[in-house]
Write a protein that binds this ligand. Structure first.
Ligand code: PGA
Length: 244
């Protein structure tokens, strides 16, 4: 049985003082049957780990390399040594602004898994792809190219985040039907590729999830939680979503 995961993606926001205050507030939410995670800026990871047992700390990115002369990079082994639970991989902002390719993302996933960390692998189509009815093909390809080589055992350390690019930071959310339809498609593809483990893989929805729409989205059968950007920076909104 899949549990629900509510994950905040702080992106490049907050001062260290703000980060500690936000983190402490989230850490004190009375726990319910959902898990919680925050994906925080890399420079705050050491200061925020370890968290409350119900709250995991994630990075927003990690290196595709194991170690060595890669100035500015942070390895999966470094994250593991801090007690970080895992990392986002393939967020559309990294694909778009940092030209991250499937080949690179695949190596990042491999580094995370080699260090016993969890990858929250982000996928999603652009508006143009959806308008051209290419949305299913796009996410299928993103899964095949980056995690298609994993074993069903390795898939236990993968969380999928479906984030339609047109919904990220725009205030436009996928409708409940659009979200459920895509999540069911993703699960069915995972089943074909990896077998029954697909029933246990969490598939999060991301893209303008907020206090007003979270409850209905989270009620969809195949939506196992949310990856929340803007609303995760506001304590009251994030708590409302966590309790939705
Ligand atoms: P948003 O961001 O909730 O601000 O749309 C989601 C994300 O990018 O993970």
């Amino acid at each position: 049985m899949r549990s629900k995961l509510i994950a905040g993606n702080w992106k490049m926001n907050t001062s260290w003082e703000e980060a500690k205050s936000l983190f402490n507030s989230v850490n004190e939410f009375p726990s319910n049957n959902k898990s919680m995670a925050v994906c925080v800026p890399a420079c705050y990871l050491a200061g925020l780990c370890p968290a409350h047992p119900n709250l995991s700390v994630f990075a927003q990115d990690c290196s595709a390399h194991e170690k060595g002369a890669f100035t500015g990079e942070i390895s999966a082994a470094m994250l593991a040594s801090l007690g970080v639970k895992g990392s986002l991989v393939g967020h559309s902002e990294r694909r778009q602004y940092h030209n991250e390719t499937s080949e690179l993302l695949k190596r990042k996933v491999d580094q995370l898994l080699a260090n016993k960390l969890t990858a929250i692998y982000c996928i999603g189509e652009t508006l143009e792809e959806r308008n051209n009815e290419l949305h299913f093909a796009t996410v299928t390809k993103q899964i095949e190219e980056v995690i298609g080589h994993l074993s069903s055992t390795q898939m236990k350390n993968i969380v999928i985040a479906y984030e339609p690019v047109w919904a990220i930071g725009t205030g436009v959310t996928a409708s409940n039907d659009q979200a459920q339809e895509m999540h069911a498609h993703i699960r069915s593809f995972l089943k074909t590729t990896f077998g029954e483990v697909a029933n246990d893989i969490q598939i999060l929805y991301g893209g303008s999830m907020n206090a007003a729409n979270a409850q209905a989205l989270l009620a969809c059968e195949d939506v196992d939680g949310g990856l929340i950007g803007g609303a995760s920076l506001k304590v009251a909104d994030f708590e409302f979503i966590y309790n939705a």
